[in-house]
Design a protein around this ligand. Structure first.
Ligand code: ADP
Ligand code: MG
Length: 314
């Protein structure tokens, strides 16, 4: 392709919200063998909503929600926002002036007055958060976080959790002072175009892969819904780039699509890194492409554009 053809293709891309950083990236996309998708925020809408909260100890449900929300208040994770939102509505819906009076706008103010103080807060990447509330150690996160801290999950909670996960929901487990307290179920719907795009990639001869830090059962359920057979789950943030590199070992060309800070090393390691949607600044910086419309169809647009631009000189 001539420099002019590359320039024209770059312009066409830009008009469709597909921003490509340079001719090399534009050229590499034509030969992609794998497209690796991050799950949360990439295949899914990234709008997590709590659907269930269940206490397995004597704790009052309202106290349980206060505890979890207080622990999550300092977290940047999308799951944390869902937890705070649920707790807020549980406690305050109907008790404050209606939304017409700006209850949603006052949410942060109301929450800050009512949450418990969380000391020694730390995020545990790929697992959850921990802190100290009322002088007691609090854990909020996935199964791994709970069990590696020596907390036993009772069988009835384990089976409730398995049920949630089989239905594509993510479980958030809570321990207080070394004891398991309860859990929440969170759903994050697929983007409406996700399944069609996965199907389209297969037609182009491209192999789709799902990559996530979420647990195996949830990941498999989501993958089944979207039509992806190749799943890599329970991958710690630092391991995502390793998955990309392992796919590249036989000389395959790998594209990675992701939105989060967690995804940036994998975006950088990929032959074609695509930051999607609201993508964090770090993800955008690490990527070769920015898909600004937050629409997965643009993964196919990018591959198409590259194929059309470079096909004549192949
Ligand atoms: P993803 O690969 O989907 O972006 P992460 O690596 O951020 O996922 O997190 C992996 C898992 O760790 C989540 O699915 C969740 O179970 C748990 N987790 C991480 N952060 C939190 C949090 N703040 N609250 C509860 N659970 C969390
Ligand atoms: Mg993500």
């Amino acid at each position: 392709a001539t420099p002019t053809a590359v320039m024209v293709a770059t312009g066409i891309g830009a008009n469709h919200g597909v921003l490509v950083k340079g001719g090399d990236a534009l050229e590499r996309a034509q030969n992609v063998n794998y497209v690796v998708f991050d799950k949360t925020g990439t295949l899914t809408q990234g709008k997590a909503v709590v659907t269930t909260a269940k206490v397995f100890s004597g704790m009052d449900l309202g106290d349980f929600l206060t505890l979890v929300a207080s622990a999550e208040a300092s977290s940047e994770h999308p799951l944390a926002k869902a937890v705070l939102d649920y707790a807020f509505h549980f406690h305050f819906f109907g008790k404050l002036p209606s939304s017409k009076d700006g209850i949603e706008q006052r949410k942060d103010e109301v929450l800050s007055q009512w949450l418990l103080e969380a000391e020694d807060f730390s995020a545990v990447p790929g697992k959850g958060v921990q802190c100290s509330i009322n002088g007691k150690h609090v854990l909020v996160g996935n199964r791994t976080l709970i069990t590696e801290n020596g907390v036993t999950i009772p069988p009835e909670a384990e089976s409730f959790l398995a049920d949630l996960e089989s239905n594509a929901k993510t479980g958030i487990l809570v321990a207080y002072d070394g004891d398991f307290v309860g859990l929440m179920g969170i759903t994050d719907p697929l983007k409406r175009e996700a399944a069609v795009v996965v199907e389209g990639l297969k037609k182009l001869g491209v192999h789709p892969v799902m990559l996530t830090g979420d647990n195996w059962r949830t990941a498999q359920a989501v993958a089944k819904e979207v039509g992806i057979e190749d799943v890599r789950a329970e991958v710690m943030p630092a391991g995502k780039a390793d998955v990309v590199r392992s796919l590249q070992k036989d000389g395959s060309i790998v594209a990675m699509v992701g939105d989060g800070i967690n995804d940036s090393p994998a975006l950088a390691a990929a032959d074609v890194g695509m930051a999607i949607g609201g993508g964090t600044d770090i993800a955008i910086e690490a990527a070769d492409y920015v898909l600004v419309r937050n629409n997965l169809e643009d993964v196919i647009t990018a591959i198409d554009l590259s194929r059309k631009t470079f096909s004549r000189i192949r």
